[in-house]
Unconditional design. Structure first.
Ligand code: URA
Length: 244
């Protein structure tokens, strides 16, 4: 034995100084593939996969950029929604925005173009943003999930579970002062609660030290225009909190 018995493919890669994170990601993908295809005989549990995935990212998430997170997301297949999506809708706007709007998930128009909030609800959101004296380019707009559920159905818990870690990392990278949570799913997911939006809206909550103001979703406003007055009251609180 001259020591070559140690040269497994992974160790060989490491000795060639191929990026360790990449190796871990590939290992993780391999285990995920095996797990999804019913491989037995070693631990492919969800917990183990999550632990392995975190290895590659445990160091100083606060220095990640949105580009790094987008690259890591790749052509994501972490839940079933990849099968029916046209585009991943990662998010758009100012990488250093003080204000982030978080919606539920892409609809038809967003899926077609890969951009958040560009359909009818999006046009109303744009008006709301402009009413508080911002432009879409000055805020960041994103969603709890990044792929359109077929037929615009509600996101399922495992789809949120697969996608939410990426939004969390985006929020760490952006470091906004305030998050405006649009509608039930965004508010309940960020605040880890089952309370209805009617109870959550209109006051500030906390998400990891960031103030969160839930309000009604623009799509809900399109169906219930009388609620626009409530949202305007919330937007006034938002402006005051931003000091604008
Ligand atoms: N509704 C959402 O919640 N997000 C979008 O991007 C579009 C519509």
């Amino acid at each position: 034995m001259d020591g070559h018995y140690l040269q497994t493919p992974i160790l060989r890669q490491m000795s060639y100084k191929i990026d360790f994170d990449t190796t871990l990601e590939e290992l993780c993908e391999t285990f995920r593939f095996l797990s999804e295809n019913g491989c037995h005989g070693f631990d492919c549990s969800k917990e183990s996969l999550n632990i392995m995935e975190s290895w590659g990212h445990k160091e100083d998430l606060s220095s990640e950029t949105l580009d790094m997170i987008r690259i890591d997301l790749g052509e994501c297949r972490r839940c079933r929604l990849w099968e029916s999506r046209k585009n991943i809708v990662f998010g758009a706007g100012d990488f250093h925005a003080r204000l982030v709007f978080v919606g539920e998930g892409p609809g038809y128009d967003e899926d077609q173009k890969g951009e958040p909030f560009i359909g009818a609800a999006g046009r109303l959101l744009t008006k709301i943003i402009e009413a508080i004296n911002y432009t879409r380019d000055q805020v960041y707009i994103c969603n709890i999930i990044k792929c359109r559920p077929p037929g615009n159905r509600n996101p399922l818990p495992d789809e949120i579970e697969a996608c939410f870690p990426y939004l969390k990392r985006q929020l760490v990278a952006i470091k906004p002062d305030i998050i405006c949570a649009l509608g039930t799913f965004a508010a309940q997911t960020l605040l880890e609660t089952k309370q209805p939006i009617s109870k959550l809206k209109g006051r500030f909550h906390d998400y990891n030290g960031i103030r969160v103001l839930p309000t009604y979703h623009p799509a809900y406003l399109l169906r219930n225009p009388d609620k626009k007055r409530d949202v305007w009251e919330d937007m006034k609180k938002l402006m005051k909190a931003l000091g604008d």
